[in-house]
Ligand binder design. Structure first.
Ligand code: GLA
Length: 727
């Protein structure tokens, strides 16, 4: 049979057209390809995913029995005894699906090519569009499904994954993030073994404190940072998710990802379309770091809000004063950060509440009017103070939440997620509750919180948007009795709708996603947020581990990373200011400290470090990450570097993680440089003696092949080296 291949190259001229007779769909990015078999009247199959192939190689893979041949979107009911992607209950109670391809479409968007394969049930008026989006500027292919029907009554979606990927068995390992509050982003590495591994979240409101909706599969044995074939996947969803890795006795691991269907049966009305979240895949032959670089590039170019925009250096008031907000205190903090070279001040929690002023975490959420006892001149007064000091101003809000002690709660009890016939189980502060964001009135309220602040103070540059509670008291006063099971899903659809409105009106506002620290590090929310707060734990030593893990999937430009006090408020550890800066300067640098408590020497060190960060900021925030020595390997040190796309500038970091007498410190072999270029090494944040290599010129080849040795003689020693090509 003659086969027709669609490829990025061949089909640019055929945008939007229906490709009758097409069997194979070759979907390619610059360096990767996904090959589908999609015969009209048949079922779509995934044949290949990996390094980019051409039409001829696709044919060779197909014709020589090298392809996967796995159904691209397995549906339940006829011949599916393994895990399905989709399981529904039709209007008549029948639970089966039997889908066939009725159309294939290709269209070009401004940054990608979309391939849509339309499937229709052979008996029911029920359709699924499988959409594959291949990006022009990054090696990521997203896939998702769009489910619709024209049955007489609603169809219940019981399981509705975004997509599926077969992964050939061998010595496959998976790496994913695990953790908890103040310990987010811990790397977990394990071989994929027979049986089923489920990674999931059921928090309701936030989804990345414990486990993450992203994963990597190393195909050639134990994961390596800079070698080996790796497939990465990220589910772009802010709510409950489920990743399933099912390994049967055949030749494949079966990977599914989607919204967690537990307690979330979704009743789809006739003509309504249910769009599942994007599931992003990437592939790299350059190890875990290679996949990270692919995700970072995709994030910066296409996924993270304003991903290519430079981020400001800020001081956040939280660890400096906690709830003790007042005008004089804010003025002093602004003056201090301005004098150290900072660009932005963010006033955290504690500034609001009228009838119930916010003195601690037990009241006032929802009452977003300024506490005039603390701030007689309101937010406009603070904005003026910031202007006086020549810096920008930012403010904290937590608009999806309330407390039982608040005017909002008194006025709108039916806006709260709760059950009318049971006592409330409150969260933070013994009084916190979550608003029902599925309710359009609540969505309007949330929009208005931002809109009012911005209307009164158009100069506000930055909002820290917090979410400090999970969904308890499951129940919506807005959703009808038969759709109570929509709450987990509709909460996030509602939230995204609000974010879209906010972004339309305030495109330049910088917004941080915070959720008791790192509860919202995910690609569901980041299209609307510029960055996220990695963790409430600012202990620099533990941050090396957390930022290492978080960097598997998220770029430095999105990772809020702050210098805080010593002894550290979360761990009690005492660490040099240099180490704290050296760690924070590998992400989006900020400070979270009472500057008043710093000595003149410390302030001078901070001033110089901030000036240095401004020089390296483009490389850190927009460069390519090469993780070199993992803290998880327990070699006593950790090391990473960023390299500019043109490989002319790089920044290298080394941290002493353990300290013993007669310790053997490994050589630091760099990566990502141009072997043919000569680089001058300049040590940054020097304290005491600079390294012997300071000011020396060494070729990229020597730095990468031979590596360097560094003096890291004391506990919490660290080094940061800037590299500049002199060619
Ligand atoms: C959460 C955030 C912190 C801080 C507090 C304020 O815990 O993660 O950074 O904003 O709330 O209450």
């Amino acid at each position: 049979m003659k086969r027709f291949y669609l490829s990025l190259f061949m089909c640019l001229g055929l945008s939007g057209s229906l490709m009758a007779q097409t069997n194979e769909v070759l979907i390619s990015t610059e360096n990767t390809s996904l090959l589908l078999d999609a015969p009209m009247g048949g079922v779509p199959k995934i044949m290949y995913y990996g390094a980019r192939i051409n039409e001829n190689e696709a044919k060779q893979i197909e014709e020589n029995g090298l392809s996967y041949g796995k159904e691209a979107y397995p549906v339940f009911g006829i011949n599916c005894v393994t895990e399905p992607a989709l399981m529904v209950s039709h209007a008549d109670g029948n639970m089966s699906l039997d889908m066939e391809i009725t159309g294939i479409k290709e269209e070009k968007t401004n940054d990608a090519t979309l391939y849509t394969i339309t499937l229709k049930d052979k008996v029911y008026p029920f359709t699924v569009d499988l959409v594959y989006k291949a990006y022009d500027n990054s090696d990521v292919i997203e896939l998702w499904s769009e489910i619709a029907h024209q049955e007489k009554k609603s169809v219940t979606l019981k399981q509705y994954a975004s997509g599926y990927m077969p992964i050939r068995r061998g010595d496959v390992w998976m790496s994913h993030l695990h953790g908890d509050w103040a310990a987010e982003g811990e790397v977990t590495t394990e071989p994929v073994t027979p049986g089923m591994k489920i990674i999931k979240n059921k928090d309701g409101a936030r989804n990345s404190h414990t486990d993450h909706a992203e994963i990597m599969f190393s195909l050639d044995g134990r994961p390596q940072e800079n070698s080996g074939q790796v497939i990465g996947a990220a589910l772009c969803w802010n709510g409950n998710y489920k990743l399933r890795v099912d390994t049967d006795n055949n030749r494949y691991h079966h990977f599914f990802a989607g919204i967690n269907e537990e307690a979330s049966d979704y009743k789809l009305e006739p003509k309504e379309i249910f769009v599942t979240p994007e599931l992003a895949f990437t592939y790299s032959p350059e190890g875990l770091s290679g996949v990270s670089r692919n995700f970072h590039k995709w994030a910066r170019n296409s996924k993270l809000y304003a991903g290519t925009k430079q981020r400001d250096i800020l001081l956040n008031s939280w660890e400096g004063v906690y709830f003790d907000i007042n005008e004089a205190g804010m003025d002093q903090m602004m003056e201090d950060i301005a004098s150290m070279g900072g660009e932005l001040f963010v006033m955290d929690d504690g500034w609001f509440g009228d009838k119930y002023p916010r003195k601690n975490d037990s009241s006032s959420l929802g009452d977003w009017m300024v506490d005039t006892e603390k701030l007689p001149n309101g937010v406009p007064g603070l904005v003026k103070t910031a202007q006086k000091h020549g810096i920008k101003f930012g403010i904290w809000i937590e608009p999806e939440m309330t407390n039982t002690v608040s005017e909002l709660y008194e006025k709108y009890p039916d806006w709260i997620i709760s059950q009318s016939n049971r006592p409330l189980a409150p969260g933070r502060g013994g009084t916190q509750l979550v608003l029902d964001v599925s309710n359009p009135k609540v969505q309007d309220f949330i929009f208005k919180v931002v809109d009012d602040l911005m209307t009164e103070n158009p100069e506000i540059d930055y909002i820290k948007w917090d979410a400090n509670m999970y969904i308890a008291n499951y129940g919506s006063h807005y959703l009808t009795a038969d759709k109570q099971s929509h709450l987990y899903v509709d909460y996030h659809k509602g939230l995204m709708d609000v974010m879209k409105r906010i972004r339309l009106k305030y495109p330049d506002l910088v917004i941080q996603a915070c959720a008791s620290g790192g509860g919202r590090a995910n690609y569901g929310i980041l299209p609307y947020f510029d960055e996220f707060w990695v963790s409430d734990n600012t202990d620099a030593l533990q941050r090396v581990y957390m930022q290492w893990g978080t960097s598997y999937f998220f770029p430095a430009v999105a990772m809020g990373s702050h210098v805080s006090a010593t002894k550290n408020h979360q761990t009690g550890r005492i660490m040099p200011l240099k180490f704290r800066f050296d760690v924070a300067m590998s992400g989006r640098l900020g400070m979270e400290i009472q500057p008043k408590d710093m000595t003149a020497d410390e302030k001078e060190f901070a001033r110089k470090a901030i000036a240095s960060y401004k020089n390296i900021r483009p490389v850190v925030q927009q460069g390519d990450l090469y993780r070199l020595i993992s803290p998880y390997d327990k070699k006593g040190v950790a090391s990473l570097m960023y390299v500019s796309p043109d490989k002319d500038q790089a920044v290298f970091y080394a941290y002493k993680m353990e300290h013993f007498v007669n310790q053997v410190i490994p050589r630091f072999r760099m990566a990502g440089l141009n072997p043919d270029k000569q680089y001058r090494l300049t040590e940054l944040n020097v304290e005491g003696e600079p390294i012997d290599l300071n000011g020396k010129v060494i070729s990229g080849a020597v730095l990468m092949n031979e590596g360097i040795e560094l003096p890291l003689r004391t506990e919490y020693a660290s080094r940061v080296i800037e590299l500049n090509s002199i060619d």
